[in-house]
Design a protein. Structure first.
Length: 372
């Protein structure tokens, strides 16, 4: 089945065409793009229906995607509000485009039109939603009522990763192509890693039959190799401009097994050993052969109520905002492929939370400096 992309828009403008030469080698059949958009005319602005059709053709031709636009697709007879929400939920990726300038009158737009319903449905799975906003468009903060609430939710969504501005057709096309390419690359990498990592392997069997001590050695060797391949060098991970100290640990069974858990019993107590003053606190990466639970992590931290736990498909990030301690817990690391999947997923999460990681590492530095 082909991946499905939904293209959804709110616009009343003709958009400036911009420098189409930037799209050479990027856009499908870029040499004839101007003619397709303008029909051979001399105009320097493009209707949005032409833009939407061109985006659809590009995604189908270059990426083999199944592109869907409600306004241009014959429906089965369902009510528009039901059909568009169904399609937004079904799609693997939703591309939203807002191109209405500040002269637009809010009163002539029903806040519960199909497009706004699509966007609200897509936001329930925000990682698959990408919004492109025409530079100079009406500010979401100036729109009252339900429509304004939805628009503000779109442009302010947590990290803001769903929101990109564009100034012209060329700029829009270039950014859409980059976003789709990044999305598909990421999806392919995660699918391959997850699918392969779940397959039984001879390595899993070797680890399973080994004693706890030997299993820890095998897991630690694999974790060290994986970490090095992902940029952890000399026990340090570069997170943007922040150099985060890292320590690696392995648990050779389920985290609830006392004999296995003892291998990480002193993760935080041992941190001051060999540490230089004014050094950031470490982030512990703990790979577990079997499963681990939220409650087990809290008990390991020693702060059941105060600890903050954030789950991801790769495992858990845990932090204590009082002591500055922080750690990654990676479950079911029963072979190096699964370990690679967990660590790489965790690295992506850490990069998106660089400021928070640095803040806690700095707090931990002050706590340790005061106790030494």
């Amino acid at each position: 089945m082909r991946a499905r992309v939904m293209i959804s828009s709110v616009t009343k403008d003709q958009l400036p065409i911009g420098n189409l030469a930037r799209l050479s080698g990027v856009w499908n059949e870029s040499s004839t793009l101007r003619e397709r958009l303008l029909g051979g005319g001399p105009a320097d602005t493009v209707t949005f229906s032409a833009i939407r059709s061109e985006i659809t053709a590009h995604l189908v031709a270059k990426y083999g995607l199944d592109a869907y636009i409600y306004e241009e697709t014959p429906g089965p007879g369902r009510a528009p509000e039901a059909e568009t929400v169904r399609e937004a939920t079904r799609a693997h990726l939703v591309i939203g485009i807002f191109g209405s300038k500040s002269g637009w009158t809010v009163g002539d737009q029903d806040p519960l039109t199909p497009t706004l319903r699509e966007w609200r449905a897509a936001l329930r799975q925000a990682l698959k939603f990408r919004l492109f906003w025409l530079d100079g468009s009406i500010s979401p903060g100036e729109v009252p009522g339900e429509l304004g609430r939805v628009l503000n939710e779109l442009v302010d969504y947590k990290t803001g990763k769903v929101y990109m501005e564009f100034k012209s057709v060329a700029d829009l096309f270039q950014k859409i192509d980059r976003v789709v390419q990044d999305y598909l690359n990421t999806a392919a990498i995660y699918y391959a890693r997850d699918a392969v990592a779940k397959e039984p392997s001879s390595e899993t069997e070797v680890w399973l039959l080994a004693s706890y001590r030997k299993r820890v050695d095998l897991m630690t060797s694999a974790l060290t190799h994986v970490a090095a391949g992902l940029g952890i060098s000399k026990d340090t991970l570069q997170l943007g401009k922040h150099r985060q100290p890292i320590s690696l640990y392995c648990v050779p069974d389920g985290f609830g097994v006392a004999e296995a858990r003892k291998f990480v019993a002193y993760v935080f107590d041992d941190e001051p050993e060999g540490r230089k003053p004014k050094t950031f606190g470490r982030l512990a990466i703990i790979a577990c052969f079997r499963s681990i639970t939220d409650g087990q992590i809290r008990r390991h931290f020693g702060s059941v109520e105060a600890s903050e736990i954030y789950p991801g498909p790769w495992g858990f990030y845990a932090a204590d905002p009082v002591s500055g301690r922080q750690a990654l817990y990676l479950p079911r690391c029963d072979n190096s492929l699964r370990m690679d999947f967990c660590v790489s997923g965790a690295m992506t999460w850490l990069l998106d939370h660089e400021a928070d990681i640095k803040k806690l590492a700095s707090l931990r530095q002050r706590v340790l400096d005061a106790s030494q």
